[in-house]
Every structure is written in C-alpha cells, then in structure tokens.
Design a protein around this ligand. Structure first.
Ligand SMILES: [Zn+2]
Length: 173
C-alpha cells in the first residue's frame, strides 16, 4: 500500500521524561513529511519510507533536515530509502531495492513479484523492457508491418520500448 506525503508526526512520537524537550522534538517531527510510505496491505504496518531526492537535497538546510529524518527512522528501526528523481524509473530495479530494504531480499526475489510482474502474469500485459511500465497494445501505422499489432510503451515518445505481440490463437473445442 503506497501512502504519499506522510507526516512524520503520523508515524512517530517523541518520548522522554522532560516535557519541554519532548514538545520540542514533537514539533520538529510534526512539520516534516516523507514522499512515500509503503505499508503492508493486510496489516497497514509501515514497511519502508521513500524519499525522492532532487537538487534541493544538496542545499545545506535540506541536508540538515535529511540527517534529522534519517535519525528518526533509525531510532524507530524503520528503513528509509533515498531515490534520485528521474524522468522514468526501472520498476524491476526499484522492486529489488525495496524488497531488500523491507527484508524480502534475494531469497525471495524469484517468487516475490512486483505489481507490474503480477499484472503481466494475470492479464498477459507485458512490462516495458526499458522502463517497466505496463504496456499498451498498438497498431503499426506505417512501415513494413503496417496494420499489425505490437506492445508499445505508454510513455512514448519519451520511452520507445516495444515488444512483439503474439496473438493467442484459440482452439474451438
Ligand atoms: Zn517504457
């Protein structure tokens, strides 16, 4: 389950015997957000936080904020993953990275499927070989294969990933 823009105040609380100090940390936590939080869909238990890093994360004030957030996650023993902002993401790579951080590492990599792989297995819709998005069926409008169908990437023209479409011939029994 993907929760966007989660306040640290909804995830963590400050403890300590001294009221003033506790309030100071509560205020510090409450004003910060992470970009995404992944939760177990059955129990809604938080599994891993995700921060998308753009250029602003190189600023000094931003780095101080990042260090504080990392410290909060570390103290609560919740993994936090930093991912640099890109135009398109490789879903396969992201899946491996997140499964490792959540503790579904290599041992289960072969059997644990990401959402795209699961969609592909259930519907026969393949994932783009370049960016991992669920592909769409298109008809060639020009070229030698005009009129024939192929799998195209929904991010075209930014991504030009294609796959051959094999129509399933149905037996009439
Ligand atoms: Zn693509």
């Amino acid at each position: 389950m993907i929760c966007p823009k989660v306040s640290l105040g909804d995830l963590f609380f400050a403890k300590g015997s001294e009221y003033g100090q506790r309030m100071a940390y509560t205020n510090k936590i409450d004003r910060k957000h992470i970009d995404f939080l992944l939760c177990d869909p059955q129990t809604v238990r938080p599994l891993v936080g995700i921060e998308l890093d753009d250029k602003s994360h190189r600023r000094k004030d931003r780095q101080e904020r990042d260090r504080f957030v990392e410290g909060v996650f570390r103290a609560a023993k919740l993994p936090l993953v930093r991912i640099s902002v890109q135009r398109a993401y490789n879903v396969g790579e992201l899946g491996v990275l997140l499964r490792q951080r959540v503790g579904l590492g290599d041992a289960q990599a072969g059997v644990c499927q990401g959402p795209i792989e699961r969609v592909a297995a259930e519907t026969g819709i393949p994932a783009c070989p370049k960016c991992g998005s669920s592909m769409v069926l298109r008809t060639a409008k020009r070229g030698s294969k005009i009129g024939s169908q192929f799998w195209g990437c929904p991010n075209y023209p930014r991504c030009r990933g294609v796959r051959q479409y094999e129509s399933v011939s149905q037996s009439a029994d």
